[in-house]
Design a protein around this ligand. Structure first.
Ligand code: AMP
Ligand code: MG
Length: 602
């Protein structure tokens, strides 16, 4: 059995980024830009008005107010799209509309509301004059030439995924087309003698093919172009013919026929026409998976088309599509972020994992009170496609875990979230653990001081084993709590304290949302059982054994010599430890993570 990560890595090693194509910008949504785009123009091209009002010379308004207006002679009017033929000379103004280029001589705009225009019109006053009611600084309500984009600037970088705003930027630059990595064509084939088309009446023993539809919709959703090959029968001849029809594509996805049944011949057909691997992947649903390349000759040259043989069960084929086909399609499209966003949620049902595989449980995630909750969407049979229809996430129950219990924290892959959403800056966090007397609190103090010196905003978390007494009897906060409030927050101009009764010893994952996202680094003392990165402080005087097992540790700070592969840092040198933390956690978390992190119960 191979792990999900190994399978993904292997599949990705066989797919390549496709070549670029030039096409109209409106067809490029979601595609990756294959060129740097520089501006050949200034945007806006001229100084122009940000308001409907009067273009004037700022000096003409010096000392002006409502009670002592200045009257200017109106010498013309200019609307967006035209240039004023007249100039603003001292003592004059030009009526101007939003977006109209600023007339020669003017350096500010005073909006209608700060003039007497309305009153003047109502009272039938003298319109060739205007009363200005406020003092304008130079540049008031003027949008400067090149303020948004200056000629020659690099505006969009190669590799950028084009969203509506980038398409708009391209339009504003006057680019009607863009060079983007082309969309992959994905041929899709369902296999099985029991399958009939969606528009055919059911007869005994037959079922409607649904996999072709789910998979085609998935391919479109992730930016590929589905090419439906229909249904292949369970015969070598039928499958061979169908598979060859699909070889014009960039990738072939089949469903069914990869398990051990007598009619599961996809593997035989493939073995005859290419290189193929049959894997049992350590996941549920979706254990049997075929992957290989089919050889074809095109223009006298041999080409290889990657083939992904998904299991036939509708849920299995969808879950394996999500884990393997989706990232492969995204890679072909030139995308860098391939992992679905993963969140932490509290599970609301027990989930048993009877064998050793990683379980992807279909869940519906809701957010209540700043916390995500995941509830299982009914029976989890791999043929029950409606359990997928009710789900918006897949809870990942780690291999060898036996499952999870109500209230446990689980990781959930969010099926409807865009991959880019997971690319937000992650809050770097590291925990300092160690036996008592190892010096971890001293190291914490030194690290906090060192990171403050380096300009970081640091939050420190300490697990108060023996409880804590901060809301003193008689104080308002204490009285609110006595009255039954579940949480009390005391806010003052320079401090904030949040006191909440909890029914269990919170894990660090549950505490972090309270800490908030604004910090550059969270330093934690303790929580040795959590999954966050840990550095153990070790002193030879306290024995050679460690508190945590080496696999869980990112580094060991020690004054002894330990025989382990874990990086060792000198005891008593907080600067070196800070360097290590900075390099390993802070800087890394600012980049993008492209593959899903390895999971496992730590
Ligand atoms: P297989 O992997 O071919 O043994 O198929 C496993 C199960 O999935 C069988 O119960 C099939 O009937 C079902 N199945 C296979 N392909 C499809 C499909 N295209 N649409 C719906 N169900 C399918
Ligand atoms: Mg079959």
């Amino acid at each position: 059995m191979i792990s999900v990560e190994e399978a993904l890595e292997k599949i990705l090693s066989y797919v390549e980024v496709l070549e670029p194509e030039r096409k109209p910008i409106l067809d490029c949504l979601g595609q990756v830009l294959a060129e740097d785009v520089y501006s050949t123009i200034d945007i806006p091209p001229l100084d122009n008005s940000a308001m409907d009002g009067y273009a004037l010379r700022a000096r003409d308004t010096r000392g002006v107010s409502k009670s002592s207006p200045r009257y200017l002679v109106v010498v013309g009017e200019v609307a967006a799209g035209s240039i004023s033929a007249k100039e603003v000379k001292p003592g004059t103004a030009i009526r101007i509309m939003t977006g109209a280029p600023l007339p020669e001589g003017a350096d500010a705009v005073v909006r209608f509301e700060d003039t007497d225009e309305v009153n003047r019109k109502l009272s039938g006053g003298d319109l060739p004059h205007i009363g200005i009611l406020c003092q304008a600084e130079k540049g008031l309500d003027v949008r400067g030439r090149g303020e948004d984009i200056a000629k020659g600037d690099l505006i969009l970088k190669k590799g950028k995924v084009l969203r509506p705003q980038e398409i708009g930027v391209l339009a504003s630059l006057g680019c009607s087309t863009a060079l983007v990595i082309r969309r992959p064509i994905v041929a899709i084939l369902a296999t099985g003698d029991e399958l009939i088309g969606v528009d055919q009446p059911l007869s005994p023993g037959k079922i409607h093919d649904s996999n072709n539809y789910t998979i085609a919709a998935e391919v479109s959703r992730y930016g590929g172009i589905p090419k439906l090959l229909g249904i292949g029968r369970d015969s070598v001849q039928s499958l061979t013919k169908k598979i060859y029809e699909g070889l014009g594509a960039d990738m072939l996805i089949t469903s069914g026929g990869v398990s051990k049944g007598d009619y599961d011949i996809v593997k035989d057909v493939l073995a005859g026409h290419g290189e193929v691997g049959f894997w049992t992947v350590c996941m549920k649903p979706g254990k049997p998976l075929a992957f290989g390349v089919i050889k074809k000759t095109e223009g006298g040259r041999e080409k290889k088309v990657p083939h992904l043989g998904l299991p036939g069960n509708p849920v299995s084929s969808m879950v394996t599509f999500e884990q393997f086909a989706r990232p492969a399609i995204l890679k072909m499209m030139g995308k860098k972020i391939l992992a679905k966003p993963v969140i932490q949620a509290i599970i609301e049902d027990d989930v048993v994992d009877t064998d050793e595989r990683r379980l992807f449980a279909r869940v519906s995630v809701t957010r209540r009170g700043g916390q995500y909750y995941a509830s299982v969407t009914g029976p989890q049979g791999s043929g029950i496609l409606t359990s997928m229809a009710k789900a918006n996430g897949l809870a990942i129950i780690p291999e060898n875990s036996k499952g999870v219990k109500v209230g446990d924290m689980v990781e959930v892959q969010m099926l409807d979230w865009r991959e880019e959403q997971g690319d937000v800056k992650k809050l770097p966090i590291v925990s300092i653990v160690g036996k008592s007397q190892s010096g971890k609190t001293v190291l914490m103090e030194q690290l906090i001081a060192e990171f403050k010196r380096r300009g970081y905003k640091v939050a420190a978390i300490k697990h108060g084993r023996g409880g804590m007494e901060i809301d003193h009897p008689g104080k308002d906060s204490w009285r609110f709590a006595q009255a039954g409030s579940d949480a009390v927050l005391i806010s003052s101009p320079d401090k904030l304290a949040f006191i909440k009764s909890v029914d269990h010893d919170l894990g660090i994952e549950e505490i972090l949302p309270i800490v908030g996202p604004e910090f550059d680094l969270v330093l934690v003392e303790g929580f040795k059982k959590s999954k966050i990165p840990k550095i153990e402080v070790h002193r030879k005087g306290l024995g050679d054994d460690l508190l945590c097992s080496p696999e869980e540790l990112s580094a060991i700070v020690t004054d002894g010599s330990l025989d382990t592969d874990v990086p060792k840092l000198p005891w008593g040198d907080a600067v070196t430890v800070a360097d290590f933390i900075e390099k390993s956690f802070v800087l890394k978390s600012q980049g993008s993570v492209s593959l899903p992190p390895m999971k496992g119960k730590g």
